[in-house]
Design a protein around this ligand. Structure first.
Ligand SMILES: Cc1cc2nc3c(=O)[nH]c(=O)nc-3n(C[C@H](O)[C@H](O)[C@H](O)COP(=O)(O)OP(=O)(O)OC[C@H]3O[C@@H](n4cnc5c(N)ncnc54)[C@H](O)[C@@H]3O)c2cc1C
Ligand code: SF4
Length: 508
């Protein structure tokens, strides 16, 4: 009896994934494989490895409980070839196959590999299906992009709101506006205490994976200690419900705030689950809309949250596939410095970086503004090589997959794409960090100073950045203000700041 091999990748853990859509439980086999190549192409954070492998094992168990035959290859299987293609080939030899069905992957390099499978399998038909877990299919994004001069997220987002009817009333946006972002940039008052987040202590399956990861990947960043990410769809739903009930109402107000010792604040902590397939983005957005309709969360919070998922998440995915493989080569500002060693340890006197990197190493998580305006902003101002920055973000965050990491890193944070994702670089001096966080209060540097012995590095790096790139950024109307300020600045002060920047960067 010939069967279909249904390949499920580690970030495709949804029962409704396209590869399983028409499964015949009697005849078909699901292949899931833990392979070294995927665990090591960057040195992923120990908690990310535990998360993906534990979620895969739980998902396989859930499929088996439904009577589905799962051919599950473990990392410590002596026959494991440790590549996806090797495991598909071995599975083809184990089972009498009529065809192979897979769902399109989230990374270009895996998509390229999949294109070779049919030839490797001696002509057994390989069908690669669209990933229907997104609101916008890749072809639909490409059609939307065709003929447009600029691909601004805001216009894409409005289209998506209309198309999917989220937060709409009679063809118009609820509340009469598409975007409430201006209301979502408040600093966190001292008196506001972020709520506790739910914990998901490891069960037996996850404890086995923790032991495996500790034994096999001791040189990867971070530790498995305190691992508490949701690894099943049921846990992910609990995490979502907790966010909706306790943090969503204030999500908008404090979305951009940063606070020492409070890595999660009012954020959702659901990117790991959505990216793995444990949560469906539709279910997430509909749940958020419902609490607004029930009067339990304000519009600025719910719109701000839905925009992140229906807007940003879909938009960066579309841009990734539209521009790959070229996206991975973009380096508009010709940045070449190596990544400073402190990115891997957090050991720097710059308190903002110490906090953001410390949170990252401890939890494989930092929230958006820490990623964008602290670690990303520093890498932008310092001119760090985008490839090194990409590798760092891919390695350290539990939610990192190239389709979502690269446009955020190269595009949003580094402006290496020359303005595809954002219309200007998100460059900021210490004043922004001081406004949005409590980090500067206990820092060794003085955030108000740009030239003295205790000058905040973000200040002199900020002006050095604009001085360095004034030619290439000069035509950008959105940068007219900082560039004009730079022109009017005392020449001696500018050269002192540039000298400080040079000395500082050379010492890192
Ligand atoms: C330099 C940089 C690198 C990033 N790398 C990743 C990454 O590898 N993986 C990843 O999932 N996100 C990435 N992001 C986006 C964002 O920072 C994370 O999705 C978010 O911090 C996850 O935490 P949360 O679930 O608490 O999100 P919340 O702040 O609560 O937001 C809710 C959800 O919106 C989505 N979202 C928000 N912003 C974005 C965005 N810019 N792009 C895509 N989705 C978004 C996520 O699914 C997130 O779970 C990156 C951002 C930057 C600036
Ligand atoms: S003073 Fe400068 S380096 Fe220190 S925390 Fe503030 S912004 Fe960061």
């Amino acid at each position: 009896m010939q069967s279909t091999l249904r390949v499920v990748l580690g970030d495709q853990l949804s029962p409704a994934i396209a590869a399983l859509a028409d499964i015949d439980a009697e005849r078909d086999v699901v292949l899931m494989a833990e392979v070294q190549a995927e665990c090591t192409y960057v040195k992923h954070h120990a908690q990310k490895l535990v998360l993906v492998l534990a979620a895969m094992r739980h998902f396989a168990q859930a499929l088996q409980a439904r009577g589905v035959r799962v051919d599950y290859v473990r990392l410590d299987d002596p026959a494991n070839t440790h590549t996806l293609r090797g495991e598909v080939q071995r599975a083809a030899a184990r089972h009498a196959l009529a065809r192979v069905v897979a769902t399109e992957p989230g990374e270009w390099r895996v998509a390229e590999d999949m294109r070779c499978w049919q030839a490797l399998l001696g002509g057994i038909e390989v069908e690669i299906r669209d990933d229907a877990r997104f609101f916008c299919r890749i072809q639909d994004f490409i059609a939307w992009a065709r003929g447009r001069k600029t691909l601004r997220m805001e216009f894409f987002y409005r289209d998506m709101r209309r198309r999917h009817g989220l937060l709409m009333e009679g063809g118009e946006p609820v509340g009469g506006r598409w975007n409430f972002d201006a209301e979502n940039r408040k600093a966190l008052p001292k008196t506001v205490r972020p709520p506790k987040i739910p914990a998901f202590p490891p069960d037996g399956i996850t404890r086995d994976v923790i032991a495996l990861v500790n034994a096999r990947f001791p040189d990867h960043v971070g530790s498995t200690d305190g691992f508490s990410w949701p690894v099943t769809a049921a846990q992910a739903r609990v995490a979502l419900e907790d966010f909706i009930a306790h943090r969503l109402p204030q999500f908008g107000d404090w979305q951009d705030a940063m606070k020492t010792g409070a890595p999660f604040l009012f954020h959702a902590l659901i990117s790991t689950s959505i990216n793995l397939g444990l949560l469906d983005p539709r279910e997430v957005c509909e749940a958020a809309e419902q609490v607004f309709r029930d009067g339990q969360a304000p519009l600025n919070a719910v719109e701000g949250f839905i925009r992140q998922i229906l807007g940003w998440r879909e938009y960066v995915r579309g841009l990734y596939w539209l521009h790959m493989p070229g996206f991975g080569q973009q380096n508009y500002l010709k940045a070449t410095r190596p990544l400073p060693a402190f990115y891997w340890t957090g050991e720097t006197p710059m308190n903002c970086l110490r906090q953001a990197i410390g949170d990252t190493i401890a939890h494989a998580y930092a929230h958006h503004i820490q990623r964008l305006m602290i670690t990303g902003n520093f890498a932008l101002l310092a001119g760090i090589d985008p490839a090194a920055v990409d590798d760092w973000y891919m390695a350290v965050y539990a939610d990192a997959y190239e389709w979502v990491e690269m446009p955020n890193t190269r595009g949003m944070a580094l402006f290496a794409d020359g303005g595809i994702v954002g219309s200007k670089p998100y460059a900021a001096s210490g004043a922004y960090i001081n406004r949005m966080s409590d980090y500067c209060k206990t820092c060794a540097y003085d955030v108000k100073d740009a030239v003295g012995p205790r000058a905040c590095p973000f200040n002199f790096l900020y002006w050095d950045f604009f001085a360095r790139h004034r030619q290439v950024l000069g035509g950008n109307i959105r940068l007219a203000m900082p560039l004009r300020t730079l022109e009017r600045m005392d020449v001696g002060k500018v050269s002192r700041m540039r000298e400080k920047a040079r000395a500082f960067l050379d010492s890192e």
